[in-house]
Design a binder for this molecule. Structure first.
Ligand code: FCB
Length: 459
């Protein structure tokens, strides 16, 4: 059914999936329980100077012990789909060897609890917490990691596949490769562009192998989640600015979308592999593995980008090979992350995807914002977040009305949580978490979102 508009009220298509998302290391805590071994984030967080105030995910939201309450919270909001991630070091503590049943038991309990409350589980296999033992053997620069990842997928679907219908292989591999191996601001904190390009290919190979393993295990719906960028030129009439856009947008979008949805890397991206001496990791036959069909594309969207051509600058360490292209400031309101807010760029991204990669349904697997929330008594009046979510949902609705095939929307995040390099300093939740007492408080945005879900639309 098509989306609808009655006066100012917007209705989403019938069956549109509403939900919320989280990730293992950001909420679980219990890092030493039931056989879990350290991940690269445990190591990185303990490396002085890497994370805000040296915060770690040791306790986080203590979701490992409080998952029942958190599921009840979601049920109260009317959340229909819950996207969470499985911690590799819980399931395979030595990365590649035997399955740790106790690690899987946790997800087993979580999934049962979700189903009992009528919430569909959506499991992400990799949200950045590679077992440290695998990083010690080269991490994603090592081709073996891709095969170990497929083994993880097989173990997970064997245990949970009878109840989990929807699977995602990787979350935002751009961040794993370029923030983790090139810019060094995410785990494992390496600053080596060659390693980053090796990681790109092995992440994609791992994705393709995992798709196969999931299908073999009977998975009903398989997807990949990317953080895609809508990059605008500073001057749309300047061909140099347009070339700069193409380059930056290539690293963020085409480098991932083309091999997965079109069967091959774009020529300009292949040239970057060669330039950084990483092309030898691409082997005959890999293309076909990576292009294994997926059922939908997960789209994570947070902020717009604007670039221009300029001599003697580049896109920074997270964008290797972008000499002559530079990010420029945008005159827009910003969130607590300093990320510019512009729903129209979200709409444009969805239309660009829909036009350029037709035939692949999309699901918004993350969208949300951090603001400096204040808890007063029992209330967080987070009007900015409500405005952000409302604006971005209107953008999704507009894209739907113009033909984009978007199947659902998951808010990031259910809970305030461990925001990677920013530690507990940034709050993205629609539910406030007091980290001293672990008390959860619905923010105004949570109540607002519950109403949106309830009426399948905006008023
Ligand atoms: C995304 C991550 C997610 C969260 C949000 C704010 O890049 O996938 O874990 O940190 O950003």
């Amino acid at each position: 059914m098509a989306p609808d508009q009655v006066g100012a009220a917007l209705r989403f298509p019938q069956g549109f999936r509403w939900g919320a998302a989280t990730a293992a290391y950001q909420i679980e805590g219990a890092v030493q329980e039931d056989g879990r071994t350290p991940s690269i984030w445990d190591t990185f967080a303990r490396t002085p100077g890497k994370v805000f105030h040296g915060h770690t995910g040791d306790v986080a939201c203590d979701h490992y012990h409080r998952y029942r309450d958190d599921v009840a919270l979601m049920a109260g909001l009317g959340v229909g789909t819950y996207r969470f991630s499985l911690a590799w070091p819980r399931i395979k503590p030595d990365g590649s060897g035997p399955v740790n049943g106790r690690g899987l038991d946790f997800y087993d309990r979580l999934v049962d609890e979700l189903l009992a409350k009528g919430i569909s589980p959506m499991a992400t296999l990799y949200h950045w917490d590679l077992p440290q033992v695998l990083e010690d053997r080269g991490g994603w620069t090592n081709r073996d990691t891709a095969y170990y990842f497929a083994d993880l997928a097989a173990a997970a679907v064997a245990r949970l596949g009878d109840r989990v219908a929807t699977w995602t292989t990787l979350n935002e591999p751009w961040c794993s490769a370029f923030l983790g191996y090139a810019a060094g601001v995410h785990a494992p904190g390496r600053e080596d562009p060659t390693a980053a390009f090796q990681a790109v290919h092995h992440l994609l190979l791992g994705h393709g192998l995992a798709v196969r393993a999931l299908r073999d295990g009977g998975a009903r719906e398989v997807s990949l989640t990317l953080n895609l960028a809508r990059v605008r030129p500073d001057d749309p009439a300047d061909p140099h600015d347009l070339a700069a856009v193409h380059l930056i947008e290539g690293l963020h979008n085409r480098l991932w979308l083309d091999p997965v949805l079109r069967g091959a890397y774009p020529a300009d991206m292949l040239a970057l592999f060669r330039r950084f001496g990483a092309d030898h990791v691409i082997r005959p036959g890999d293309d076909a593995i990576i292009a294994a069909p997926i059922d939908f594309l997960g789209v994570n969207y947070y902020q717009p980008a604007r670039v221009r051509a300029a001599l003697g600058v580049d896109g920074g360490p997270a964008n290797p090979g972008t000499e002559g292209a530079e990010y420029v400031a945008q005159d827009l309101p910003v969130t607590a992350m300093d990320w510019p807010v512009d729903p129209s760029s979200f709409y444009e991204l969805l239309m660009w995807l829909s036009d350029g990669y037709p035939g692949t349904p999309m699901m918004i697997t993350e969208n949300g914002a951090a603001y400096d929330d204040v808890l007063v008594g029992d209330r967080v009046a987070d009007t900015d977040r409500v405005g952000f979510l409302d604006g971005h949902l209107r953008a999704v609705h507009q894209a739907l009305a113009e033909g984009a095939d978007v199947r659902g929307y998951l808010a990031w995040s259910l809970l305030d949580n461990y925001e990677w390099g920013y530690g507990y300093g940034k709050r993205f939740g629609i539910v406030h978490v007091d980290y001293d007492t672990q008390r959860r408080t619905l923010k105004d945005s949570a109540r607002w979102y519950a109403a949106v879900i309830g009426r399948n639309g905006l008023d």
